[in-house]
Structures are given as C-alpha cells and as structure tokens.
Design a protein around this ligand. Structure first.
Ligand code: UDP
Length: 254
C-alpha cells in the first residue's frame, strides 16, 4: 500500500500528484518504511504525451506510489486545467532531497544506467556516484552499473542490485525504458523504492550541464537543454504539442 493520500489530478488523463517538495518527501519517507519495492515516477510534458499514447507506460504511472510533476509544462497545464499545482517540484531537486535523506538515515543507493566506461575513463554512473559523494559525504553507494545491457541480462542486473543490499534504486535508462524496467522487475527487486531519473546521472557526472539559475527561474530549462543537445529538437516538439492537447482537452471538458 502506498500511504499516499495526496490529491491526485489528471493531465491528459494521466495521473499526477498535487504535491510540493515537502509533501513529496513526507510520502517518500513513508514509502521507505513499507517492505515492497515502491515506484516513484517524475513525468514531464513529454512523458505525459507519451503515456497518453503508450498504454503500458500509462498503466505503470497509474500504479506508481508517487507521481511527481516535473517541469514547467505541467505547472502551466495544471493552471489551464483549473487545478493549479502549488509549487513546481523539479525531478533532480527532489532526487537530491532523497539522497540527503538516505545519507541522514544511513541507507544506501544503487545507480543503474547511462554510458559505460572504458580503459581510459570511468562510466557515467560511477562518476556520478563519486561527484555526489563530494556533496553527500556520508552517503552509502551500494553499487553502480551502466545502462547499455540487453533485455536478456535483466535478471543478472536485478541480482547485482539485490546482492548490493541497496535500499534505494535510481534508474537512468531514459523514459519509458526506465519505468518499464522497474515495473517489470518490481516484484523481484529488494530495494524499498525505485525511481527513473532520466539524464540526472549525466548531470551529476558533469557531462550534461544543469540549466543555470536564470533558465531555471524562468521555466526555460527546455531551452537550455535544446542549446546543449540540438539533436533533441524533434523530441522537444512534444512541449507545444502537449500545451495544445491540454487546452483542447480542457475545452472538450475531458
Ligand atoms: N540510457 C541508457 N541505456 C539506454 C538508453 C539510454 O543507459 O539504452 C541513458 C542515457 O545514456 C542517458 C539516460 O539514459 O544517460 C537518459 O537518456 P535520455 O536523455 O534519452 O532520457 P531523458 O532524460 O530524456 O528521459
């Protein structure tokens, strides 16, 4: 059971929890006390649009224990829907709160995903773990593994995570792969809670820069990411499309 009594709203018929950071952390702390592997998802506009078409992804979000609205698009959408979110919870900020909690309580984290290393350089997950431990000095990292494995290796990866004894799992395989990996192995995973973290390991490792304060405070992270990764322009077309769909669904009373 989730212990999540937050007000759940729907954007394009995909559920989202109306929570601020404090409320999200309270729910999270509760989830860490339940024995089963709880699932946290952090949908942004792109994931919501995908979930309105990908029924498997939508079902996974429906079954999640905590659904964090990530990104300015969802804040605008909630206003249009007439159920404004009180505060924007950014996925990566929320994750850093989680890491702080794990450090404080002596619990450990496993980082799965992002590019592997080679003879010359470390993998992104390993690098991210090292960088994170510069900030969260007493955080226990139970293990790391890159995210470029075949589906046939899933069981082996689950075993590595379980053998590490980790309490919490961060999965950076991109969406919807990360959500589907967690949902598919939820019953075998011994971690108390798992979350898909998208490009966060790249940000922590320093290979992807986080938007500077100006972009963040003006809700322009998407623009900064586009400048860094121009190849994403096609995926980013999801953003205006998302707003149009929200306006239409509001007009249609859905
Ligand atoms: N990634 C991975 N395995 C894959 C595909 C992607 O580990 O098979 C990693 C990728 O290296 C990156 C992360 O998933 O670190 C997020 O990818 P992307 O930027 O596409 O996802 P988003 O942040 O948009 O969800």
């Amino acid at each position: 059971m989730t212990g999540n009594n937050s007000k759940r709203t729907r954007i394009l018929n995909v559920p989202v929890d109306m929570v601020n950071t404090g409320e999200a952390m309270e729910i999270f702390r509760g989830l860490m006390k339940t024995p089963d592997c709880s699932l946290i998802v952090t949908p942004n506009s792109e994931i919501i649009v995908n979930a309105s078409k990908d029924l498997e992804l939508k079902a996974i979000i429906e079954g999640a224990d905590l659904i964090i609205p990530d990104g300015i698009g969802l804040v605008y959408a909630s206003r249009i829907m007439g159920v404004p979110l009180s505060e924007r919870v950014t996925g990566i900020d929320f994750l850093e709160h989680i890491l702080g909690y794990l450090e404080e309580t002596g619990q450990s984290v496993f980082f799965l995903g992002s590019k592997p290393g080679n003879d010359e350089k470390k993998g992104i997950a390993e690098l991210a773990a090292e960088k994170i431990q510069e900030t969260f000095k007493n955080l226990k990292v139970a293990g790391t593994h890159h995210g470029y494995f075949k589906e046939a290796d899933d069981r082996n990866i689950v075993k590595i995570i379980n053998d590490s004894g980790a309490d919490f799992l961060c999965v950076a395989l991109g969406s919807p792969k990360q959500e589907k990996f967690i949902a598919c192995h939820r019953n075998e995973l011994k971690v108390k809670c798992a979350v898909g973290v998208g490009g966060s390991l790249d940000v922590w490792a320093g290979t992807l820069k986080r938007a500077p304060e100006f972009y963040r405070s003006h809700g322009l992270e998407w623009l900064y990411r586009l400048i860094q990764e121009p190849g994403r322009y096609k995926r980013m077309a999801a953003l205006p499309l998302f707003m149009i769909k929200v306006v239409l669904s509001r007009a249609g009373g859905k």
